[in-house]
Design a binder for this molecule. Structure first.
Ligand code: PLP
Length: 301
């Protein structure tokens, strides 16, 4: 059987069996942390979320995550009912309650809340939003020697006037269908194209290639405005590495010297293979390693 790999694999940590989850202001044991079956997030995918990472007592890019959360909330016309400071306080309370000071990952979710009847109309959510913070002990599996295998899929990134790919919505069905298609093709995750056929991003991370020492990523029009993506672009500029945000195709991708993914969870994850074409030696190449070291220094990992 082929070995399963994921950009979001973490070492098993039994402490996660007994964590406390923040649910609407209360810290609740994991096995009792529930939301209503009428919740708009459960029923419709009507909500937004952020993934945040705690390194040595500091949440990486905390302000940017909170800003993106509020931007998403405004876009879907959802009133969070808490200030940015209150949200940060809830994160800190959850970390404290779980004794977490580093190597932790949080998924902070806000939905439109319970509906009075099981139908789509957002006005049926009348009792305020539901907010949940799941925070886990989390050490990503080291993928530096053996990267992720990608397959391109028929599911493309949407136009912004359909479901804007910059919206970190609860509904991730387009990405999930892409991931399923990639796994059916024997890969781990999906490489997704934009509506013109240029390489855009993966189902759960942003995507970069390295060619002749230059770092390339999509022009950003159809992918999540990843905070890690921007951090890598900035690190390139600050450290004399040419970085281009541009259209490029699969032909240029298959022959890349290196390819890697970016995301809050895994930071930089090397790509081993794309559509059966080996990339480099299947692990992290020198530019990926350099950027990862620079990134780790920046977030204090
Ligand atoms: C589709 C998608 N792409 C990329 C990312 C990575 O974004 P970030 O670097 O902000 O974690 C995410 C994470 O939310 C995502 O859902």
């Amino acid at each position: 059987m082929t070995e399963h790999r994921s950009s979001h694999d973490a070492a098993h940590d039994p402490r996660n069996d007994d964590i406390l989850i923040w649910v609407n202001g209360r810290l609740v044991p994991k096995d009792q942390a529930v939301v209503s079956v009428y919740d708009s997030g459960f029923m419709m995918g009507d909500g937004i979320w952020e993934g945040l990472r705690l390194y040595n007592g500091r949440w990486a890019f905390l302000d940017l995550h909170v800003e993106r959360l509020f931007e998403g909330a405004k876009a879907i016309d959802l009133e969070i009912g808490m200030s940015a400071d209150q949200i940060v306080a809830a994160l800190e309370e959850t970390a404290r309650a779980n004794g977490m000071t580093g190597d932790a990952h949080a998924r902070l979710m806000v939905t439109r809340g319970p509906k009075v009847r099981p139908f789509q109309d957002p006005r049926l959510s009348r009792s305020g939003p539901t907010m949940v913070i799941i925070m886990e002990h989390s050490v990503p599996v080291d993928r530096m020697a053996k990267g992720i295998r990608l397959a391109t899929v028929p599911n493309v990134r949407g136009m912004p006037m359909a479901q804007d790919p910059k919206l970190n919505s609860h509904s991730k069905l387009n990405c999930i269908l892409a991931c399923i298609a990639a796994q059916k093709a024997g890969a781990d995750e999906a490489l997704m194209l934009d509506p013109q056929g240029f390489v855009s991003t993966t189902n759960g991370c942003n995507f970069f290639i390295v060619r002749k020492g230059e770092v390339w990523t999509s022009n950003g029009d159809y992918c999540m405005n990843g905070i890690t993506r921007q951090a890598v672009i900035d690190l390139c500029h600050e450290n004399g590495i040419t970085c281009r945000e541009k259209n490029f195709s699969l032909v240029e991708t298959y022959s890349a010297d290196e390819a890697f993914l970016t995301g809050t969870f895994g930071a930089q994850t090397p790509v081993a293979e794309i559509d059966g074409r080996r990339i480099g030696d299947g692990g992290a190449g020198p530019v990926t390693r350099r950027l990862r070291d620079l990134y780790k220094a920046k977030v204090g990992a």
